[in-house]
Design a protein around this ligand. Structure first.
Ligand code: C5P
Length: 220
């Protein structure tokens, strides 16, 4: 069911690592023909470039790269290695790097009538006036199992305990940083994803929220 072309709708989807926000927000966006952006990939791509090029000034280097950046640059790259994940949460603490990525995200919102962005600070910083703010939650053990299953496909030697530990550290860094920390935005709709099998229920819940917002905003 695609939304009418005249509709303007902004949807923020925030949550911790492997909380199901990418799966949920992506499927949901596809269902309604909403432009989707995973903002974590911008942090991951920046880390990938830093690891590859070891620039002396990360700010100057990334500013240059993001002038020419488009979403096709994210394709065909493995941006989910443990090394990239670790560096992403470190660079995410830096104001000047967040500023560069914020500019791209704000442009993405301006260019599209219907947008859904998933990340950590979408409902608080990138789209503070979003029509809908979803906040995904999942206990660490379930989220780590989910991430472990994915990572094992590429690296059969990876250990569950290591994955879980790295996720705990990264989530703590994301929650405790001074700039744009991961927090539940005011009036956010909580989407619990601890029960792995219930993707359909999750999409239904998100759809009900969207349909009631559309009714309020456009009366149909
Ligand atoms: O969502 P994902 O796990 O791919 O994000 C990787 C890292 O990028 C996060 O751990 C976080 O440090 C950072 N990030 C962020 N703000 C966002 C999206 C991601 O700080 N909006």
């Amino acid at each position: 069911m695609k939304l009418k072309s005249k509709f303007n709708i902004q949807i923020a989807a925030d949550g911790s690592s492997a909380s199901g926000k990418t799966t949920g927000a992506k499927l949901f966006s596809k269902k309604y023909g909403i432009k989707f952006l995973s903002s974590g990939l911008l942090y991951r791509y920046s880390s990938y470039l830093i690891i590859k090029n070891k620039p002396s000034s990360e700010r100057i280097f990334l500013e240059k790269k993001f002038k020419k950046f488009n979403l096709s640059h994210l394709k065909n790259k493995n941006l989910h290695t443990p090394e990239i994940s670790e560096l992403s949460s470190k660079i995410a603490k830096k104001k000047e790097i967040r500023g560069i990525l914020k500019r791209f995200q704000k442009n993405f919102v301006r260019r599209n009538r219907k947008v859904c962005i998933e990340g950590r600070d979408i409902g608080t910083v990138i789209m503070p006036n979003a029509d809908i703010k979803f906040f995904f939650t999942c206990n660490l053990n379930t989220a780590a199992k989910r991430r472990f299953k994915d990572l094992k496909k590429k690296n059969p030697k990876i250990k569950f305990a290591e994955v879980k530990k790295a996720m705990r550290i990264r989530d703590n860094l994301d929650r405790s940083r001074r700039i744009s920390p991961l927090i539940k935005p005011k009036n956010a709709v909580i989407v619990p994803t601890d029960k792995l099998k219930n993707i359909k229920g999750m999409i239904n819940k998100m759809s009900n929220v969207l349909e009631s917002v559309i009714k309020k905003k456009y009366g149909s």
